[in-house]
Design a protein around this ligand. Sequence first.
Ligand code: UD1
Length: 346
Amino acid sequence: MKILLTGAAGFIGTHIGRIARERGHEVVGLDAYLEAAHGPDVAPDPAIVRRDLRTHDVDDLLEGIDVVCHQAAMVGNGVDAQDLPAYAENNDAATARLLAAMARAGVGDLVMASSMVVYGDGRYTCPTDGDVPPAVRRDDDLEAGRYDPRCPVCGGDITWREIDEDTTFLPRTSYAASKVAQEHYASAWCTLQSGRAVALRYHNVYGPGMPADTPYSGVAAIFRSAIARGEAPRVFEDGRQVRDFVHVHDVARANVLAIEQVTSHPVGLTAYNVASGHTFTIGEMAATLSRAAGGEAPVLTGDYRRFDVRHVVASPAAAREGLGFTAEVAPHDGLARLAHDPLRTR
Ligand code: UD1
């Protein structure tokens, strides 16, 4: 197949390009080389077209393309409300332009990067009130070191449950809002064009080539960078918050499987969680990395961030059934390897 891969120079895009080529596909790579991701002194790969989807059309690059794999995005949680326009422009306006160009070129198949952040706080079970979204965590609870959210109905204790793809969207950050909007734009494009879109909702992605610590980095990059500086990872809350860490190799495999099977999907947008299927607490993750690196033991700081969600764990069942995807890298192995994997420095 001939694939247009946006974000081809990025952390995940690099791995997708490599695996797609290994499987015999032709890949046209496109990247804006944004300074926020690549730094000011980037040496662009001559094999990748440098173009910014916010301001430039890609009609010429879409000639003969079977599937667009759209990874280009501004990532991270965002620092504050001043980031809102940049997320809207890079993730939503740019996607809308890309979709319009695909319609002009008659390209009807899309695979796109989405995120588990669309689910916000996830879903919980209350012994009294059943399946509930959690109440927003209260400042007095957080101050008192009660980090688990309460039932929105009775205020009692609740336990987290696996999220499936039908879970209601509850975006809490600028980035999350932009990913929800991106899925909605893709869905509208499917309706208008009889197109097919597969949205892959990534969980916490890590692995070689991960960007080093920036204000927009996720926790794995932050801890790995701290260890490289000889510092202890600083674990927030009580370290018992749960995530699913999925290796970039598996995320790239999921994309290539989706590219190869998008035409067997119905018209419209189909979403899949892309997760390892193993849960890990942030405290365990920090300890695994430190041990593997022979670095400083993690420090529990008791700090918290108001925008953080407490536990997010997805069911990997739909991706297994719809794409034949199961993760190959167990987080214990992958996270131990991350201690020595090279990071991308800007
Ligand atoms: C992360 C990504 C999000 C992505 C999602 C799924 C970032 C900033 N967040 O969300 O963009 O869509 O995974 O791939 O890239 N923590 C610490 N110490 C720190 C930093 C964080 O203990 O120094 C804790 C936080 O309190 C939180 C957990 O680690 O409980 C995860 O934080 P983080 O990786 O920032 O955000 P996610 O919500 O997991």
